[in-house]
Design a protein around this ligand. Sequence first.
Ligand SMILES: *Cc1c(COP(=O)(O)O)cnc(C)c1O
Length: 654
Amino acid sequence: MEWSVADAADYYRVDAWGDSFFVVNEAGHMAVQPHGDASLQIDLPEVLAELRQRGVRFPALLRFQDVLRARVRRLNEAFIGAIEESGYGNVYQTVYPIKVNQLHEVVEEVLDAGKPYGLGLECGSRAELVATLAHLESDDTLLLCNGVKDRSMLSLILSSQRLGKNVIPIMEKYAEFEELVRLADEVEQGTQFGVRIRLRTSGSGKWADSGGYQSKFGISLPELMRVVEALQNGAAAHNLVLLHFHLGSQISEIPQLRQAARELAHIYAELIGLGLPIRYIDVGGGLGVNYTDASEEGGIRYSLTEYANAVVYAIKEVCDEREVPPPVLVSESGRAITAHHSVLVVETLDAYRKNNAEEDLELPEDAHRIAQNLDKTLAWLRDTPEGEASVDEVIEAYHDVVDNQEEAATMFAMGYLSLEQNATIERMYWSSCATILEHLRALDPEYAPPEVQQLEELLVDQYLVDFSVFQSVLDHWAIQQPFPIVPLERLDEQPTRRAMLVDLTCDSDGKVSHYVSADEDKKFLRLHPLNPGEAYPVGFFLMGAYQDIMGDSHNLFGRVTEAHIYGDAEEDGNFWIEKIIPGQKVEDILANVQYFPNDLQRRMQDQVKRKIDAGEIRPKRGMEILDQFRGSFAEETYLDSPRQPRPIAGDGKE
Ligand SMILES: *Cc1c(COP(=O)(O)O)cnc(C)c1O
């Protein structure tokens, strides 16, 4: 069967998640369309070549800043379209919640791209407050402060309001409101604030608990009434200007969003009726991104346009019904802005293949009884042409093989088998399993007894890749979030190996356990056999939201190198690399856990000195060892990828 680049795009589901930012090009390479259309294309392997030339080692995170900008534009234009179409009498503003990706360059790029649309920021902690406050260049720029806030944070917020900034602390608890009012009164200052309302409507899916009655955050309706009372009796210098809800990330159903927006709009109308100066309705984050097929579990089955229409029309209808002026609409879309813009590039270090159907397995004369049993089964499997043995016969052979292997394991544990005998048995076992699977597949591709599935899982290749799941795709481990993974080259060639990607950590969870593909079984991904002397870079896509920033230093693997790339039709290859931020060094990551080079060196020196004094090594050798130790501090935490991955034995045949 002929394999084309279109087959690759289909297999890796590039159209489903690429959202026209990622495509497979004619050369069989992954390519980026930085503007989200065919006007400009950047070949990813060309970017890798330039990065290598500039001394960058992988893993590296590539940021396509134009993609960020295009996402900001798309989001705002969807709302502008909905507002025009519906005749809504006010405007829309995005606030970018920096927790999704706080990297300075990301925040600055988003702010810059959002300038024509009045884009603002959202913060959720003291450190985020400090970072965002300094970026409110215009007095109109909105800064929403979510999360639990203490006195010192509320006081800083009041001071920034005093400076004339449009900062709105959002009250998550009634007590927070009391504290804010007390502090404002102390400095004789009026303040503006918002409230997060605990709605009846909740989201669904993994993040459902972010909204609804059971949510960790938000003010209940009785508490809201207490706030209103307080404002009417004496706290009149303070203004409730914003109502907010947040249904949680990856909102899966538009009707829920519409219902929540209507619920909040009715509360808005009531409060306007009571004379409160509310100007904003903030529908929170949760605008979804497809990491896989929309039809799969967790898939997002609505477009940006549908999302924007749902919000605008729901609120407009209530405002029209209740004859209240329409508020400014705000959304806190984080994932939808950042997810697409970054790609993690990792190198394959090696591939381990268990299903070596070794043709030339010769049994020694004195082979153990179990090895001889296996040999007989294997001989029968080999001598029977594929498709001729019956399913029952093959399954019986499989059970035989498993019984023999189990017996061998027991005997070895009791000391009745030598290591060498056991190794021979293990080789025969894998050869038999591989051959049995070939028979079963040949018999009936549709027929899938549990044995076939067992074998398929058993015989998957392991591709060792130079990265850490815990540092770079934490959500994959924590909440089973799938991420699209695609080899960056050779997509014009059919991927014939069934692979599982495993990382460098010593953790058995340090692997990618489910994949985005057209296969029914998502526990493996089809990849190409490694070619001798050729690198095999693999891309992890849609890394820009949360993953970049949540990284966990499991096994002390640190932040990866980053490169910021802009599209430009005037440049060779349509791109230029603006900035390279080196990955964390060994000494940086050690310092996080309180190990410092001076102390470590002193300890090592003492040990070497003792060996020299005892005459166990020569002083010169001792000093060389110390230099070598010292040299490691400045090295990166990941491996020096061999430019030439080892080929795997027996490759080239399925
Ligand atoms: C996390 C969060 C967001 C961002 O959600 P996305 O799903 O990334 O759009 C927005 N608002 C609040 C209050 C949040 O906690």
